[in-house]
Ligand binder design. Structure first.
Ligand code: MG
Length: 459
C-alpha cells in the first residue's frame, strides 16, 4: 500500500488536534531536521492560528534534538520569513501556517535557503524519513540550551519593500486605505508599510487572534464587511490579506472586490510600461487565469507564459525563463525583483504606487480591462477518481470544441475569443474545479451546464 502523502500543493496541512496533533508535528519536525545537515541554521516563524503554540514548540523541540541550530522569528508573514532566510545566512526556514484554509487548520511549510518553497523531491525525502522513523539523534554534548530569537524579520521586510517604491510620489497623494489583516500576521506589516509611505491607514481585523472575525481566505463573501467600510469612509482602496499575508486582494473605492488575475494584469502593465524598469517583457501565470491576460499584455509585446496551477510552478518557471513578474487568480502576485514568492506586502506597495502615479481611481484603471462574465465553481466527487473523470471531460470537450484552441497543461482549457473554459481536478480535495468566462452571462451559464452534464455523465 502506498505511504500517506503529507505535503499538499503548499506544505503540510491538517485540522488541529485531528491529524495535526503534537505527536505528528513532532514526528514531522524530526523528519525535517534529519533532512538538513547537522548544525544547519533554520529560522522558524508562525502565524496566529489556534494550536500554533503547541505545533511551533513541537517542531522546535524536534529540530533541536536532530542537531539543528534553531532561530525563532515570532509571528511573521510567510513572505517576510522567506525574504529574511534568503538575505541572511540561513540554510532553511519553516513557517507554521495554513495560509488561507479555514480557521480549524494549521500547517507546516519548508522553505529553502533561496527563500522559495521546497520542491517536491525534498518533500518526498522528508516524507520517507517520517514514515520510516529514521531520525538523526545527536549526542547530548552537541546540543545547546536555548533557541535564539530574531527580532527584526518584520522590520527588515517593510524596509526592503520600501526600497522598491517611490516614497515621494506616494506620500504626495494623501491616499486613504483600509487594511484587513484577517486577524493574522499581515496586520503586523502592511499598516506599518503603508504609513511609512505616507498613506492614511484605517484597519479592520488587524488584531492577532486565534479566532479570526472573518474567514482566512479573502473572497467577495468574506470581504463583504471590508467592502462596506471602504465605501463608507471614502477610502481610495481596501487591501485584504489571507492568513499568512502572501496574498493581497484589492477592493476599489466603490467597494467592488477585484479579481486577482485582472489585478495581476494591471500591476504587470504598470511595472513593465510605466514604472521605468528595464526588465524583460515576460509574465508567468497559471492556466486558471483569464485569457484577457494575454489579450491585454500582448498589445505591449509582452510574452505570457502559462503554467500549471500552484505558486511554486509559477516561481520556478519565472526563474527559469528570466521573468520578473508572475501571478495567480487568487491574489498571489510575485515580484521577482524583490523575491520569487507570493508577497502580499510588496503587492500592496506596488498597487498604492500605481494609484499614486496614475492619478486615476482604482475602478477607472480596472474598468479599462475587457469585461467578461466570470464563473468559478466546483463539483464534489464522492466516488470515483477525479483525475479519470477529468480525462473523460477532456476527451468530450476536445470533440465538442474542436475548432477552439485547447491547452492541456493542467486539466483542460478551451479558448475561444468569446469565452474560455478550464476544468481541472483539485490537487488537495475530492473536487473538480470549473472556471468559465464569457462575453455575456447567458453564454457562460450555457457552457457551465454543458460541463456539469459531462462530469455527471462521467462519474
Ligand atoms: Mg497564503
Amino acid at each position: 500500500m502506498p505511504k500517506e502523502r503529507l505535503f499538499g500543493t503548499d506544505g503540510v496541512r491538517g485540522i488541529v488536534n485531528q491529524w495535526l496533533t503534537p505527536e505528528n508535528a513532532l514526528r514531522l519536525g524530526l523528519a525535517i531536521g534529519s533532512y538538513f545537515n547537522q548544525g544547519a541554521k533554520i529560522l522558524v516563524g508562525n502565524d496566529s492560528r489556534a494550536g500554533n503554540a503547541f505545533i511551533l514548540n513541537a517542531v522546535v523541540s524536534a529540530l533541536v534534538s536532530t542537531g539543528i541550530r534553531v532561530f525563532y522569528a515570532g509571528p511573521v508573514p510567510t513572505p517576510a520569513l522567506q525574504l529574511y532566510v534568503k538575505n541572511h545566512d540561513f540554510d532553511a526556514g519553516i513557517m507554521i501556517t495554513a495560509s488561507h484554509n479555514p480557521p480549524e487548520y494549521s500547517g507546516i511549510k519548508v522553505i529553502l535557503s533561496d527563500g522559495v518553497e521546497a520542491p517536491r523531491e525534498v518533500e518526498e525525502a522528508i516524507e520517507e524519513t517520517y514514515h520510516e522513523l529514521r531520525f538523526r539523534r545527536v549526542h547530548w554534548s552537541l546540543l545547546g540550551y536555548d533557541v535564539k530569537r530574531v527580532d527584526d524579520v518584520n522590520t527588515f521586510y517593510v524596509e526592503s519593500i520600501i526600497n522598491h517604491l517611490d516614497i515621494d510620489s506616494i506620500s504626495k497623494k494623501n491616499l486613504k486605505v483600509v487594511v484587513d489583516g484577517a486577524n493574522n500576521v499581515g496586520s503586523l506589516t502592511t499598516p506599518q508599510l503603508l504609513r511609512r509611505l505616507g498613506v492614511k491607514v484605517l484597519t479592520v481585523n488587524c488584531d492577532l487572534s486565534h479566532m479570526p472575525y472573518r474567514e482566512p481566505e479573502p473572497t467577495p463573501d468574506s470581504l463583504n464587511e471590508l467592502s462596506l467600510i471602504v465605501r463608507s469612509v471614502g477610502a481610495d482602496l481596501g487591501i485584504a490579506h489571507d492568513g499568512d499575508a502572501d496574498r493581497a486582494v484589492f477592493i476599489d473605492e466603490k467597494g467592488n472586490v477585484l479579481l486577482g488575475d485582472r489585478v495581476g494584469v494591471l500591476l504587470c502593465e504598470y511595472v513593465l510600461i510605466n514604472k521605468g524598469l528595464n526588465i524583460p517583457k515576460k509574465v508567468v501565470t497559471a492556466i486558471s487565469s483569464s485569457t484577457i491576460v494575454e489579450e491585454v499584455l500582448s498589445k505591449y509585446g509582452v510574452n505570457v507564459i502559462w503554467t500549471k496551477v500552484g505558486s511554486i510552478n509559477i516561481a520556478r518557471t519565472m526563474m527559469k525563463e528570466g521573468a520578473f513578474l508572475g501571478f495567480e487568480e487568487n491574489g498571489g502576485f510575485i515580484y521577482g525583483l524583490h523575491q520569487y514568492v507570493r508577497d502580499g506586502g510588496m503587492t500592496a506597495g506596488l498597487m498604492v504606487e500605481y494609484l499614486a502615479k496614475s492619478g486615476l481611481r482604482l475602478s477607472e484603471l480596472y474598468n479599462r480591462l475587457p469585461s467578461m462574465y466570470t464563473i468559478k465553481t466546483k463539483v464534489s466527487i464522492d466516488r470515483g477518481d477525479r483525475g479519470k473523470i477529468v480525462e473523460i471531460v477532456k476527451h468530450k470537450l476536445t470533440e465538442m470544441f474542436h475548432s477552439d484552441l485547447i491547452m492541456d497543461i493542467d486539466g483542460i482549457k478551451v479558448i475561444n475569443p468569446d469565452y474560455w473554459i478550464l476544468v481541472r481536478p483539485s490537487g488537495t480535495e475530492p473536487l473538480i474545479r470549473i472556471f468559465i468566462e464569457a462575453r455575456n452571462k447567458e453564454l457562460a451559464n450555457r457552457l457551465l451546464s454543458t460541463v456539469i452534464n459531462i462530469i455527471h455523465g462521467a462519474s
